[in-house]
Design a protein around this ligand. Structure first.
Ligand code: C2E
Ligand code: CA
Ligand code: CA
Length: 555
């Protein structure tokens, strides 16, 4: 059987070479396509990872259709035939693919054509590289990384013994960064890491999480032991570490969770500990908060909901969608843009607004996937509006979890290209919640995106102290004033002075302004005096689904 020659005659050899290659390059999966027919050969590791049953497949597109994310399918379907013809090789193919576990990951696709001299058949060799897989060791501190943290947590859960997870964050780290510069603060992180390693025993392990955060898994650990450990940790860091002969005393905030017996996801534990850490920082001056005691009973977080939402993000953002709220010209009321706002809908919960989940979600690494999903959806759904409203700008909220990832830049450019969305019609909104990032990093990111013509806005301006710092340090294009300044403004002289001075400051610094929370015609008319650029609020429309938004735009 000539047509199957390659597979059959060389099958054993190819199998063993490919599978060796696969194991050499972790997180990389290989398969081979016949150039003339639609046949494919899948390596054992690819089969196991994607849950493919057969090694030889007669219609490869049929199999891949169930694996590639529906939104990215066109890219795969167009890209692979081009590669088979040796065309468009510099177009970087990147698509989301679903693992057998149901989880989507971003894969880059690398290809090359090989010829089987003997049978003069040609094949496309395809190499999939999982772009979401991050290193297991942190390059700066040599501690285990966040990735390893999650893996070890999974293993610990499997042991069915009580354990504790503790997260700490060095306080005022952003300030240290500004005063001493990143090189010095990197030394602080390294030295801290060393001190933490000294404290470990056979039951405990320490990990570098993002920024100035460290995580601990403490096996065989109950409440008493956790409290003692945390006290020792605090004492040690408060006594100070030495960097370049200078003594630096470190204060921490701490969040923890105690696990008796559990067979859920590691993710759910980390987001609870992160949530407790956030509480420690914002509401308890750094005192350790144990999730089980204080947070659950406060009624702020619905554990069930957290778990289900997590799962939804992992399933390719299932159940999430985007609503749009118009942004209008302040003087004419004409729609010149919209803000995209994420929603989640699933029975029996109904439609859940971001207020219920964005706070803890933004502390979670999975926010990266969710944020990118919103960006992609918003651009895809509104690109056509630019034809009707030539100056239309779509505003998309961006979280720190996105900005701080190195791959975010490339991801934004990829989504723009994929949706054919003109960059100058996109505005990224940053909030106070980016304040953990050093100003110079924020500035670099802002300038990078502006280099492509993307606009950058400071959201919720004035609600916290960091937003003015960010605006002073990074060349933002616009400021969005928080609704709290607008509510009751007609009777509040202080709010009036505040809004006036912020709009003046923006005008004289070459920035545009948007006032949020314009709920009535009366308020609109009153606010026109302030000469802000745009208005946004329920008076024009609540956030609505894309179909309705189109109707509104068409008028
Ligand atoms: P935000 O960015 O300040 O968005 C404006 C919020 O104000 C929206 O709430 C909107 O529905 C509400 N709003 C708009 N006009 C009025 C008005 O006239 N009166 C009143 N009372 N409210 C008004 P929403 O959709 O619940 O979003 C809450 C927050 O969730 C957002 O605040 C934003 O910080 C966050 N968020 C929403 N979508 C995303 C997203 O895709 N990514 C990220 N990172 N955060 C998001
Ligand atoms: Ca916003
Ligand atoms: Ca806002």
């Amino acid at each position: 059987m000539k047509e199957q020659g390659f597979w059959h005659e060389n099958a054993n050899y190819i199998d063993s070479v490919m599978n060796k290659l696969n194991t050499l390059a972790a997180d990389t999966y290989i398969y081979v396509l016949h150039l003339k027919q639609n046949k494919a050969w899948f390596s054992e590791t690819a089969k196991a990872y994607f849950g493919i049953n057969d090694t030889y497949v007669s219609d490869h597109y049929e199999i891949m259709r169930g694996i590639v994310h529906p939104d990215d399918w066109w890219e795969y379907e167009e890209g692979i035939p081009q590669r088979m013809q040796g065309k468009n090789l510099d177009w970087e193919l990147c698509v989301r693919m679903k693992a057998a576990s149901g989880e989507y990951h971003m894969f880059s696709i690398h290809t090359d054509i090989v010829t089987d001299e003997k049978n003069s058949e040609e094949y496309l060799l395809i190499l999939l590289h999982n772009e979401n897989v991050l290193p297991k060791i942190d390059a700066l501190t040599d501690l285990y990384s966040q990735v390893r943290f999650v893996a070890d947590l999974d293993a610990t859960i499997g042991n069915k013994e009580p354990f504790a997870v503790l997260m700490i964050k060095l306080e005022r780290f952003t300030n240290l960064n500004i005063i001493y510069g990143t090189e010095f603060t990197n030394q602080i992180l390294k030295e801290t890491a060393l001190q933490l390693i000294y404290m470990m025993d056979e039951h405990s392990a320490v990990y570098r999480l993002d920024g100035p955060k460290f995580g601990f898994i403490l096996r065989n650990c109950g409440r008493e032991k956790l409290l003692t450990f945390e006290q020792q940790l605090r004492d040690k860091l408060e006594k100070g570490i030495y960097v370049n002969h200078r003594q630096i005393t470190l204060k921490i905030c701490a969040g923890a969770i105690l696990i008796e017996q559990y067979d859920g996801e590691a993710d759910s534990i980390t987001s609870k500990a992160a949530y407790a850490l956030g509480h420690s920082e914002t509401e308890h001056q750094g005192k350790m908060i144990i999730f089980n005691d204080e947070v659950r009973t406060s009624g702020n977080v619905d554990l069930d909901l957290m778990k289900v939402i997590h799962q939804s993000v992992r399933e390719g953002c299932k159940g999430f969608y985007v609503e749009y709220q118009p942004i209008v010209d302040s003087m004419t009321g004409r729609i010149v843009g919209a803000e995209s706002l994420v929603r989640w809908r699933r029975e029996p919960y109904g439609t859940v607004p971001p207020g219920m989940f964005i706070e803890w979600m933004e502390k979670d690494p999975l926010m990266y996937e969710l944020g990118n999903y919103v960006l992609q959806t918003a651009l895809r759904e509104t690109v056509g509006i630019i034809e009707i409203v030539p100056d239309f700008v779509i505003n998309v909220n961006v979280s720190a979890r996105q900005m701080e990832r190195e791959e975010f830049r490339a991801e934004v450019l990829r989504i723009l290209e994929q949706t054919k969305f003109p960059p100058s019609h996109l505005c990224l909104e940053l909030t106070e919640r980016c304040k953990d990032m050093p100003f110079d990093v924020i500035k670099q990111e802002v300038e990078f995106f502006q280099g492509y013509g993307i606009r950058m806005a400071m959201d919720d301006y004035g609600t916290g102290s960091a937003s003015s710092g960010i605006v002073l340090n990074a060349p933002m294009d616009e400021i969005k004033l928080d609704m709290s300044f607008i509510r009751g403004i007609t009777e509040d002289a202080k709010k009036q002075a505040m809004v006036k001075s912020i709009v003046n400051f923006a005008n004289s610094s070459g920035m545009s302004t948007c006032l949020e929370g314009v709920e009535t015609e009366k308020l609109q008319n009153y606010l026109r005096e302030y000469r802000a650029t745009w208005f946004q609020g329920y008076y024009y429309s609540r956030p609505i689904e894309i179909g309705k938004f189109w109707e509104l735009v068409r008028g």
